[in-house]
Structure formats: C-alpha cells, structure tokens
Ligand binder design. Structure first.
Ligand code: ZN
Length: 335
C-alpha cells in the first residue's frame, strides 16, 4: 500500500485538541450543479478533559442504520466535560451524504464507505472520507466504536462484536470492551470479506475496536437505541474515559467459526423463513424457503443451515435476490 502524501481536503471546523465540549463539522468540499463551491457538512463533537485516552465513536458508516446516529446525537448533547478523562470524538454520521437520503452507499459516487478504506485524498467523496478517518482520526484514537445495524436489507439479533486479530493483547482488549458494552449478544465475528473495512483499518493500526449490529430493517426501536446508549457509555467507562460504574448487562457469547455461518440465496423469489431470529437450527435443517413468483404449482427452493446454531441475522425484505445473504448462524459459547 502506498501512503498518500497529499493532505486531506476535509477540514474540521474544530480544534481537535481543544479542551472542553465543542460542536462543529467535518467540511468536505463538494462542487456540484446547485452549489459551485459547496461542501458536505458532517457534524462532529469533541469533548476533552485531562490526559486520558481517546475514543472515536461513529454511526451511519452505512446511511440506513440508525441506532448509532440516535445514540451519538444524544451523547453529544448530554456529555459533560467534567465527567471525561481524556477525549471523545463523536461523528454520528460518517457517510453523511448517505445518511441524509437513508441509503447504505453514497448517493454521490455509489461507494460503500465500509469497503473504501484506506481511501484516497484525491478520490471520490466517499474515498476522501475514508482517507480522512484513516490518516487523521484513527491515529488519534485508542478505542474505536463503530455502530452498525442491518440497514434496509438485513435484520440482526442485537449484538456487539469484535474480530480475531494477530495481536492477542489487542484482541483481548477489544473483547473486554465488547463485554463491557453489554449487548444481549456478544460475537467473535467473521466477516464475509475484510478488504476495505473501517474495522480492518482500525485493527491494522493496533486500535481496540468494537462494532455492533443492533437491529435492522432501516429503522431503530426503543430497546435497540437504549442498549446502544448504555453500551457506548459502558465502553467509555471501561476504557477509563467516562467516570462512573460499568452497568453489568447480561450477554450471551457467540462464535462465527467459518464461512458455513452464512447462507446465500441461489435464486430470486419470495422468502419464507422457517425460524425467527434467536431460534436454533441444526445442520441440514431448513432456514428459509424461496418461492418462485412467476407461477403457481412449483415447489419452493429450500435453503438449509450448513451448521447448527442460533439464527442471528436474516434478509429483511420479503423478496430476495440471487446472491443475497439469506441467513447468518452463530454458535453459542459457554462464556
Ligand atoms: Zn453497516
């Protein structure tokens, strides 16, 4: 990987090192028909007090996922600097253009921010955002929390997750923070493809990294937002940044050992699930059936589980397309 030497075009309207509580913007120049010298203005809050570690908190890496933005707009409004030891950088909507229109990828360049890392300072708008996080914000952080949920096309059991990484000290710290988050489920997560992920960028820089999948369907519920707010505060407390006690919330640990955790549709149609989220499946048992929609009198295609476990994720819309991830299965762990 060649490291870009060109500076980022993104300017933060705040001093990233200032003490106290400050609200401003990440301003990304975006020249277009309706604004020749216009900008994308992504809200940012920085709160700093004392000399403790730095946490970088983000939501709407995908623009149709809402638990993170709600919890982070709330935290940015309510956090008091005197309760902080260190610094918290809050970006409620990383891919702000996508967030504004409620889509997973950017409406400007079509790029998925969470596949665009390390980004480019001279690339498309989304590549510029990735580059800014890669070279400016991530290096400042000790702890990184990126809040996701399923968006419009997936639905998940509420879980907090991190990954297996080569550095076992880093990995242990990440999973300590996952436990502190206290989501109903805590997952040792396997990604379908790690290339270009913000997760991977943070982990390769040695950061303690926590991600979440806290619901889905392109909305957020009272309970999913409530657990997100409590989880973020717990992580900040566990990292020694926010004063107070960690709220001990029960969690069930899950593992995703290999690619057999994923079930993909091999034809399009009308999806009928054979089990709900949180239900148990056994290897070879049906997870879903896909009905052809162009005629009656035809059997559905059965999608079977490739391992026994708990259904933690499912395709959300009623119609499914060939190649969609239909189901995600994880294995229960004892602790
Ligand atoms: Zn996401």
């Amino acid at each position: 990987m060649t490291i870009p030497t060109r500076p980022s075009p993104i300017q933060c309207t705040l001093d990233l090192d200032a003490n106290g509580l400050h609200h401003g913007f990440l301003r990304l120049p975006y020249s277009r028909n309706d604004s020749a010298w216009g900008s994308i203005m992504s809200p940012i809050t920085i709160v700093q007090n004392g000399r403790g570690p730095t946490a970088l908190l983000t939501g709407a890496n995908h623009g149709d996922e809402y638990e993170g933005p709600v919890a982070l707009f709330d935290l940015a409004r309510s956090v008091r600097p005197e309760t902080i030891n260190g610094r918290v950088i809050i970006v409620p909507a990383m891919n702000y253009a996508a967030f504004q229109v409620g889509t997973r990828t950017s409406p400007i360049d079509g790029v998925n921010l969470n596949r665009a890392f390390p980004g480019r300072p001279d690339g498309t708008v989304t590549e510029k955002i990735a580059d800014y996080f890669q070279r400016v914000l991530l290096p400042m952080a000790d702890v990184v929390v990126d809040c996701h949920s399923g968006g419009k096309t997936l639905d998940f059991l509420p879980f907090c997750a991190s990954h297996i990484v080569p550095d076992k000290v880093q990995e242990a710290e990440s999973f300590r923070l996952v436990r502190a988050f206290g989501a109903p489920y805590s997952v040792k997560m396997l990604e379908i493809d790690t290339v270009g992920l913000y997760d991977t960028a943070a982990e390769e820089l040695g950061k303690a990294f926590v991600s979440t999948e806290l619901g889905g369907g392109g909305t957020a519920s009272f309970s999913s937002v409530d657990r997100t707010k409590r989880g973020i505060r717990n992580v900040l407390t566990a990292a020694g940044i926010l004063e107070g006690e960690i709220e001990d919330l029960p969690t069930q640990w899950l593992d995703m050992p290999d690619a057999n955790c994923f079930v993909f549709a091999e034809q399009s149609g009308l999806v009928e699930f054979c089990v709900d989220l949180g239900g148990m499946v056994t290897e070879g048992s049906p997870v879903a059936r896909i009905w052809p929609t162009d005629r009656t009198g035809v059997d559905p295609v059965v999608l079977s589980a490739k391992r026994s476990g708990l259904l933690i994720g499912r395709h959300f819309p009623g119609l499914i397309k060939m190649g969609d991830c239909a189901a995600t299965i994880a294995v229960m762990l004892d602790s």
